[in-house]
Design a protein around this ligand. Sequence first.
Ligand SMILES: Nc1nc2c(c(=O)[nH]1)N[C@H]1C(S)=C(S)[C@@H](COP(=O)(O)OP(=O)(O)OC[C@H]3O[C@@H](n4cnc5c(=O)[nH]c(N)nc54)[C@H](O)[C@@H]3O)O[C@H]1N2
Ligand SMILES: Nc1nc2c(c(=O)[nH]1)N[C@H]1C(S)=C(S)[C@@H](COP(=O)(O)OP(=O)(O)OC[C@H]3O[C@@H](n4cnc5c(=O)[nH]c(N)nc54)[C@H](O)[C@@H]3O)O[C@H]1N2
Ligand SMILES: [Mo]
Length: 692
Amino acid sequence: MAFDPPATGRHVVRGACPHDCPDTCAMLVTVEDGRAVSVRGNPEHPPTHGTLCTKVARYLDRTYSPQRVLHPMKRIGRKGEGRFARISWDEALDTIAARFADVSQRHGPEAILPYSYAGNMGLLQYGSMDRRFFHRLGASLLDRTICASAGKAGWVSVIGAAMGMDVERFAESRLILVWGSNAIASNLHFWTRAQEAKRRGATLVAIDPYRSATAEKCHEHVALMPGTDAALAFGIMHVLIRDGLVDRDYVERYTLGYDALATRAAQWSPARVADTCRIPAAQVERIARAYGTTRPAAIRLNYGMQRHRGGGNAVRAVACLPALVGAWRDPAGGALLSSSGTYPIDGEALERPDLIPGKPRTINMSAIGDALTSLDPPVGAVFVYNSNPVAVAPESRKVAAGFAREDLFVVVHDLFQTDTADFADILLPATSQLEHFDIHHSYGHLYLQANLPSIAPLGEALPNTELFRRLAARMGFTEPCFADSDEAVARAALGRDDPRLAGVGLDVLLRDGFARLAVPARYAPFAQGGFPTRSGRCEFHSEALAAKGGDPLPAVVLPYESPVSNPGLAQRFPLAFISPPSRNFLNSSFANLPAFVAEAGEPSLLVHPDDAAARGIVAGAQVRVFNDRGAFLARAEVTDRARPGVVVAPSVWWRKLAPGGENANAVTSQALTDLGRAATFYDCLVEVATAT
Ligand SMILES: Nc1nc2c(c(=O)[nH]1)N[C@H]1C(S)=C(S)[C@@H](COP(=O)(O)OP(=O)(O)OC[C@H]3O[C@@H](n4cnc5c(=O)[nH]c(N)nc54)[C@H](O)[C@@H]3O)O[C@H]1N2
Ligand SMILES: Nc1nc2c(c(=O)[nH]1)N[C@H]1C(S)=C(S)[C@@H](COP(=O)(O)OP(=O)(O)OC[C@H]3O[C@@H](n4cnc5c(=O)[nH]c(N)nc54)[C@H](O)[C@@H]3O)O[C@H]1N2
Ligand SMILES: [Mo]
């Protein structure tokens, strides 16, 4: 393999955290005689600033966990039982090739489905040789919607690309709206900047249905009902316009559709917003006035606010705010949802969509339960890697029923025997980040990084790239792209002729570990307009969405499930249910490792004292959370951190490690968002009762 790790002596190897998090930290791995002995944050990498999160600081626990899958295995028990026997790589690859050929012959290659997400965000391990393989095979395409596609679609319709403020500039902001983000848990290195701003006198406002650890540390907390953010954004616009706080010069020069937007905002008086969001009207006034009068004002919006039916439009509405007040004029003003679109990565070179024969069907990963149980022609084989759908996908009853099908051939490639791996016919061992090469961009900062292997693969583990290289050979694919080395793939990914890549090639990354994109130090992408939209303006009015039959303007799209939008359902299931990430887990990653599970305690449910009293629920009681889709158990934490009418279950627990063998996704729904076809995890009504 290229980039062999040092086998003897003491070395410090530069790495990058691969996990699905905006921070993409730079790590320094100390190796002694081929064994990693410590992992720390690189102090020279500005976003990381020498600090790793509570999870990755203990990465050796994960890397050297006795739970690691170290050899290929085949199923010997019933489907889902999780009993396996060791086999050779040869037998594993031969079996997969034979079963794929068989499924393909009987139902066409479309009956084969890859299922992957961001368990590893490296450009190579996330999507390169694997995509080439499934493209060449003619497998069904996977619509990767489980996390961010609603927000992305909303943001891009207004701004033009997934770009925004430089996270490092938040330290200089005077007002920060932390909107749908529990940054202390899931965006720590932004939070460091926000705290610096706070020390310099900035005001911090959290907009979140519950008092998260982050909301607790902000000056003000707007505890709105889930899925009502667009109404709040329109309420802010309403006050800005009413009170003459709009930057007319910026709006005239650099935006499109102001008059129509203003007409819509006129319908959202603070009183109406208060009613929809169930917050005080005075709070809407106060936030709006602060936003319209403080310079520079910044918004860190995150994905928590877009896991609802109206998630795309909610982000769309918020994305309009900075242009209205001209906040983009300042490097410390504006907004950030994702920075990933700042990186001119050559996705086509990585994934080679030109290899796709014909027009295979597309399957939405957020509705995998339905896809596995009701599609015609059926899915005959599924290959899971970088993801744990049985734990993380909505409506687990259907997901598990789908994976349990006797006629479905299931391959899982992972480091651990996850809930999904229990259903595998063939289970394959994956390398950890310390054991393979990769390059990384980020969705929260502006640095490219290289991850060099610091130790040899444990057991017989293989990286995703090498696994699919070998499988391609086994299937007889002879296109030269299947022989590309990891280094060649990395060079191709960075091969675009783009000024932002000037002086930031692979050689620089290999030498220094990281490099900032060639953008100005005091980056202010839209200070003078220049939005990457079709019109070059900030598009309040989107011709592109209108052409697709959508609303040309942002709109308030209420949840599928809420007391207001579905009173009938709310009679039986009156509580809005959200299940945001636990600080100690990363989605379902780390949720099997004893140190992290011990810190997280046990599955819990935050319930407001009024809601608890109404149901006779006492603190510490085991409760059953249920609706028509399913039920799971949790320990009640009676606290006013949950607002009345909303219950909160920190997630994502492994089902098999949770009491009753179910987690929060037993109750979540497969319904999709207004834009981006995304999952609606936080659009969910439940009832709660003391477990008997
Ligand atoms: N420790 C840790 N870090 C993580 C993750 C993890 O699992 N654990 N996951 C990673 C991943 S994949 C992602 S996508 C990000 C997720 O991190 P974020 O993008 O921050 O999204 P969430 O954590 O889902 O939600 C953030 C906050 O939004 C709130 N929220 C829920 N519904 C609404 C709503 O309708 N409106 C508003 N305004 N707020 C709402 C939630 O209560 C939560 O506190 O974090 C990444 N980082
Ligand atoms: N109820 C509820 N459900 C949610 C969410 C929520 O907030 N609430 N959040 C949603 C969100 S935002 C997301 S992004 C999804 C995330 O869901 P997933 O993408 O499934 O993320 P993880 O649960 O972390 O699972 C990733 C798996 O990839 C494996 N892995 C890591 N590195 C590699 C590698 O190099 N190769 C291979 N083959 N495997 C590797 C890990 O061991 C892990 O088992 O979950 C969603 N589900
Ligand atoms: Mo995510």
